[in-house]
Design a protein around this ligand. Structure first.
Ligand code: NAD
Length: 354
């Protein structure tokens, strides 16, 4: 088969090393010549942020972080950057914190150094999201791509086991969806395969012992690969389903991804044999779905959308919202009845027919 593809690799510096975040940050601030640094970190992330920033001058710490980046929070943060003549944003935290830094970069053009503490992966994408009047708008803009990402697995040690599992499965979802997303190609599929392998190796270790640094490093490395694959391949069916559910019904991000993923995989796998085989190999399993389900069982993953305040009555509306945004690239045609069946199964957590 001939190989024809059009691939874009986003330019970004990645510094990876446990226990090195403070030194790496100081070196980056120096290299970038920044003099007025704003550190963005949520209230629960502030202690760790103060530790990491001890070797740099900080103009202001900003902790006004909320899930899904409400526009009011973005506007307040933007005003602070003007008031304090900020020339560099440093964000330390999960996807919500990175998201706020991106919203500021979008209108100010300020560079970002991102120091992630979950496996969400926003730090490696040029995708931004802002919520206004209960509607989340997302967009793609290279100005929001962090200049540098500093990974330090010691910062993830405090991430509770259940959140580590859900967040890690969010990263697995980036990988699996990258196999059939609109811009899937041999490069991002290779990154996605290595991402699955690394996450499937690291997450069970984290579950068994949350303080095992080697397991945390594997998971963080896999999360980075998953985000690079996702940024390049774009949103597939799984991300479209989760985006609608998260936006319209305010469901928690990582848990929604962790719950919906096996249904999308089971739906698409028969129509995508090459992707199925790559995913199975990456899991070291006989089939893709058994590999994913084994990992989910090991992690005691979130099971049912009804546990996250989705009302069964909302399913027909959700189907109507998802249907028009199903990517043309999806390997299997999707109709309203398919989506209804998928969402009803994810709602109850019943995988028996999948
Ligand atoms: P989050 O950032 O909301 O964090 C979840 C919770 O974990 C928060 O309470 C946070 O304070 C806490 N936390 C974070 N790190 C911790 C640590 N090391 N120890 C203890 N507690 C910690 O959730 P998330 O799943 O990281 O990110 C979800 C958000 O990111 C969503 O808004 C999603 O849309 C966005 N996202 C964006 C992209 C993108 O490419 N733009 C990609 C993935 C996710």
């Amino acid at each position: 088969m001939s190989m024809v593809f059009d691939h874009v690799t986003l330019g970004q510096r990645v510094l990876f090393g446990s226990g090195r975040a403070a030194d790496n940050l100081a070196a980056e601030v120096d290299r970038l010549g920044a003099e007025r640094v704003m550190v963005i970190a949520g209230r629960s992330e502030l202690t760790v942020a103060q530790k990491i920033t001890r070797k740099i001058d900080v103009a202001i710490y900003h902790d006004d972080v909320a899930p899904h980046v409400p526009i009011a929070n973005a506007d307040r943060a933007r005003a602070v950057t003007t008031e304090h003549r900020i020339d560099l944003l440093v964000c330390i935290g999960g996807g919500s914190t990175t998201g706020l830094a991106k919203a500021v970069a979008l209108t100010t053009g300020l560079p970002i150094v991102a120091i992630p503490t979950t496996y969400a992966g926003s730090e490696a994408t040029n995708v931004w999201g802002i919520t206004e009047s209960a509607r989340k708008t997302t967009g793609v803009d290279n100005s929001v791509l962090p200049e540098t990402v500093i990974y330090d697995a010691t910062l993830t040690l405090s991430l509770p086991v259940n959140l580590s599992a859900a967040s890690g499965l969010n990263a697995v979802a980036h990988c699996i969806d990258s196999m059939w997303a609109p811009r899937a190609d041999p490069i991002n599929r290779a990154l996605a395969g290595e991402g699955i392998r690394s996450l499937a190796a690291g997450l069970p270790v984290v579950k068994n012992d949350p303080n095992d640094l080697a397991g945390r490093e594997q998971a963080l490395y896999g999360a980075y690969l998953s985000a690079v694959a996702f940024a390049s391949a774009g949103s597939g069916l799984h991300h479209k389903v989760c985006h609608v559910l998260g936006g319209a019904y305010n469901l928690p991000h990582a848990e929604t991804h962790a719950t919906v993923l096996p249904y999308v995989l089971a739906f698409n796998a028969p129509a995508a044999p090459e992707a199925e085989s790559r995913i199975a190999v990456a899991f070291g399993s006989t089939t893709a779905i058994s590999g994913l389900n084994t990992l989910r069982d090991t992690l005691n993953a979130p099971r049912a959308l009804k546990d996250y305040d989705l009302h069964e009555d909302s399913i027909p509306e959700a189907v109507a919202l998802i249907l028009p945004v199903v990517p043309d690239s999806n390997p299997r045609p999707v109709n309203a009845a398919d989506l209804e069946e998928l969402l009803r199964a994810a709602y109850t957590g019943d995988t028996s027919a999948w």
